[in-house]
Design a protein around this ligand. Structure first.
Ligand code: GAR
Length: 194
């Protein structure tokens, strides 16, 4: 049983998929802590309703920066909860040294494109605007770059001629909810001592 820490800024549907996989017996894990940088993010409501410990990451007035002090505090909170693997689930700030060093090779992310295509924000809009005929999602290790760490798994979906960014994102999310729990199980198995 691996102890997970989840960081999210949005609706938390990927966290829900992780919870569902645990409940269905497909993932031997426990969510030990859910942290968000957005006080009213729906992920915190979902977590509280599921009886999970939650916390706020205080990024003060910075819109997208993740201040170093807040990264230290986050690392400390994750350590105190004895988190073994950190899963970013719609977390919209770039991680830097304090947090990356505290959890080397133990931070993963789900991104809504076939990396290395369309890193960064609103990847589904980027795919539609670029006229891509296929897109998808990627689970990858997190490094200091923008969605640049080694890819663990991917799923592909078609981009249909009449797709809007929203319809494409909805199709991608269906796949995210399958590959993220599966990738977590794979990474957890790789972390177990022989
Ligand atoms: C997901 O589609 C995830 O891939 C994306 O945010 C959404 C969060 O949804 N992440 C990024 O774009 C990170 N660069 P959720 O809150 O419902 O899980």
């Amino acid at each position: 049983m691996i102890r997970l820490g989840i960081l999210g800024s949005g609706s938390g549907s990927n966290m829900q998929a992780i919870l569902d996989a645990i409940a269905a017996g497909g993932l031997d894990a426990e969510i030990a802590l859910v942290l968000s940088d957005i006080p009213n993010a729906y992920i915190l409501d979902r977590a509280a309703r599921a009886g999970l410990p939650t916390g706020l990451i205080n990024c003060r007035d910075f819109k997208s920066n993740f201040p170093e002090e807040a990264q230290h505090e986050t690392a400390e909170a994750l350590r105190q909860s004895e988190v073994e693997l950190v899963c970013l689930a719609g977390f919209m700030r770039l991680l830097r040294a304090p947090l990356l060093q505290a959890f080397t090779r133990r931070i993963i992310n789900i991104h809504p494109s076939l990396l290395p295509s369309f890193p960064g924000l609103h990847a589904w809009t980027q795919a539609v605007e670029a006229g891509a005929t296929e897109s998808g999602c990627s689970v990858h290790y997190v490094d200091a770059g923008m969605d640049t760490g080694p890819v663990i798994s991917q799923a592909t979906v078609p981009v249909l001629p009449d797709d809007t960014p929203e319809s494409l994102h909805a199709r991608i999310q269906i796949e995210e909810h399958k590959i993220y729990p599966a990738a977590i199980a794979e990474v957890a198995a790789s972390l177990k001592p022989d």
